[in-house]
Design a protein around this ligand. Structure first.
Ligand code: 2P0
Length: 320
């Protein structure tokens, strides 16, 4: 009746932006990501037949904002006749600030809820269920370098290379700690409906995925750097050209991109990627991580820097 799962956020190098089926939350494009190791979300789900409603605490504080989506997620995982749940989440990084907290939260909640209810789903079913709650959450079911393929039947997620095989490091420059103005779900629909670049984004995604997959297979850092930065800037171009425009960057975001470019010109193995928020994620070779961390820390406007290796997918840690 009670289970706890842990999951890490993932950072997309080839981005998911746009849905082909809103009701089933199916993405319009495939994506490729790296699962982090050191930013974690733990979710305990306890089912209680005597409870009259679901409840959620995040780091010990009642949270009603995320509860409806989590309740729907539990309905899908367990079934609508389920008992109410007490959900306790612990997160060691800022929530809703473009650090993919929903990915780790829904991945962990899916695994914990299935175990609490005694459901024996395989990993691909768990990924589909997590993806229904939040598209990027499907990728956090898997570790290392992960591809989410957009198939006719739905989604298909797999690890291309485990984390230990190519131990890159991600340095995250936090330039703002508050929640973002427009959530990804709403913003994606604005882009789909209004951006003049949206259809070419969808049409070009498979080509970017092919290049990135090959780069991961060959462990070709420069090739991965090139396609990841290009794909990220394409996604932000769609956002900027949407109506209303979706601009998630601030001045410090731009300065961090410049810092990363300067480091690269100076011979560092590093590239940037930015999601639906103002934080800059610098993906680097382990030997260059200290230099990247120092340079981003010294960049004007950076409030904090977090560093993470690559890690495993969501997993159950306790069950009773
Ligand atoms: C990604 N993002 O691939 C992209 C890049 C943000 C920018 O996946 O509507 O929170 O819940 O399926 O998963 C954020 O989207 O959106 C996201 P929903 P989700 O990481």
């Amino acid at each position: 009746m009670r289970a706890t799962a842990v999951a890490q956020p993932n950072i997309a190098l080839i981005k998911y932006w746009g849905k082909r089926d809103v009701a089933r939350n199916l993405p319009a494009v495939g994506s490729l990501s790296i699962t982090l190791r050191d930013l974690t979300t733990s979710m305990q789900v306890e089912l209680d037949r005597d409870a009259t409603c679901d409840g959620l605490t995040v780091n010990g504080v009642e949270d009603s904002a995320m509860l409806p989506r989590l309740s729907q997620c539990l309905d899908r995982v367990i079934g609508p006749e389920r008992a109410h749940a007490r959900i306790e989440s612990q997160c060691n990084f800022p929530v809703a600030a473009g650090l993919a907290s929903s990915a780790s939260a829904f991945a962990a909640a899916t695994v914990a809820a299935a175990a609490a209810a005694g459901k024996e789903y395989d990993q691909s079913m768990l990924a589909s269920l997590a993806g229904h709650a939040s598209g990027s959450a499907a990728r956090s079911l898997y570790g290392g370098f992960v591809e989410l393929a957009n198939t006719d039947a739905g989604i298909e997620v797999r690890t291309l290379r485990p984390a230990a095989d190519w131990p890159l490091v991600v340095v995250i420059a936090i330039t703002e700690t508050g929640p973002k103005a427009v959530g990804s779900t709403e913003a994606m629909e604005i882009s789909r409906k209004t951006s003049p670049f949206y259809s070419s984004w969808v049409a070009q995604q498979d080509a970017d995925l092919d290049i990135a997959r090959a780069a991961v297979e060959l462990r070709d850092f420069d090739k991965l750097a090139d396609v990841a930065e290009h794909n990220c800037l394409k996604m932000h171009s769609i956002m900027w050209a949407s109506r209303p425009p979706l601009v998630y960057w601030n001045a410090a975001t731009m300065r961090c991109m410049e810092t990363v470019r300067e480091l690269r010109h100076a011979g560092c193995g590093v590239f940037f990627t930015i999601d639906a928020g103002p934080q800059v994620k610098a993906v680097c070779q382990p030997e260059d991580a200290a230099r990247v961390e120092a340079a981003l820390t010294a960049t004007t406007g950076v409030k904090d820097v977090m560093t993470s290796g690559l890690g495993d997918g969501a997993r159950l840690v306790a069950e009773r």
